[in-house]
Design a protein around this ligand. Structure first.
Ligand SMILES: [Fe+2]
Ligand SMILES: [Fe+2]
Length: 197
């Protein structure tokens, strides 16, 4: 099938719109988290926002042969202007799972049926990543709900995301003893993007 007559071209543009909006939502959520002095949540949102930008680019590039055209699409997109980090995390987790479970598998199936194998692969591969995003947001959501973001019942290793200081204990200090940044920068070592291995 010609891409110009396909449903896949619309799904690619829908996915581009969805990823672009996710990137903006997460960037705004990061700003809110920073306001709330939850820099660890800010960084999780920024880390994910950058990846959504890459997803947007992958989908957009599949449309290259339609350069110069305008395409009308419809779609439903979430409105989530929340003022607390927990609700922002919940909403993000929900949207990631929605993409993973429903939206991208259905786009992949249609792309496959229409003969766009590479596009179908992108939808499937990115769906898998959205599951990881959803899981990660969910982990932070759970820690916040249980008031365990900066403390734990047993000894835990934390890393200051600002200076890299490693703290071991049940509760992080109010400020990092090395860089004096707020405790909001501490992340559980096993959740840090770069661990000591
Ligand atoms: Fe994405
Ligand atoms: Fe995602």
């Amino acid at each position: 099938m010609n891409l110009r007559e396909s449903e896949t071209r619309k799904n690619l543009l829908r996915a581009f719109a969805g990823e672009s909006q996710a990137r903006n939502r997460y960037t705004m959520a990061a700003g809110k988290a920073a306001e709330l002095k939850l820099q660890v949540i800010q960084q999780v949102f920024l880390f994910t926002a950058d990846q959504e930008k890459e997803h947007a680019e992958i989908f957009y590039k599949h449309l290259k042969e339609l350069n110069g055209e305008n395409l009308e699409i419809d779609g439903a997109y979430p409105i989530e202007v929340y003022d607390d980090a927990l609700t922002l995390l919940k909403a993000a987790r929900h949207n990631e799972y929605e993409e993973y479970e429903n939206v991208y598998p259905s786009f992949a199936k249609i792309a496959q049926e229409e003969g766009f194998t590479a596009v179908a692969a992108s939808f499937r591969q990115i769906a898998e990543i959205e599951k990881i995003h959803g899981d990660r947001f969910g982990q932070f959501e759970k820690l916040m709900e249980q008031n365990q973001l900066f403390q734990s019942s047993g000894e835990e290793i934390y890393m200051c995301l600002n200076c890299g200081h490693i703290y071991t204990g049940k509760k992080v200090p109010e400020t990092c003893p090395v860089c004096k940044h707020d405790k909001g920068y501490f992340i559980r070592m096993d959740m840090a993007p770069f661990t000591r291995g």
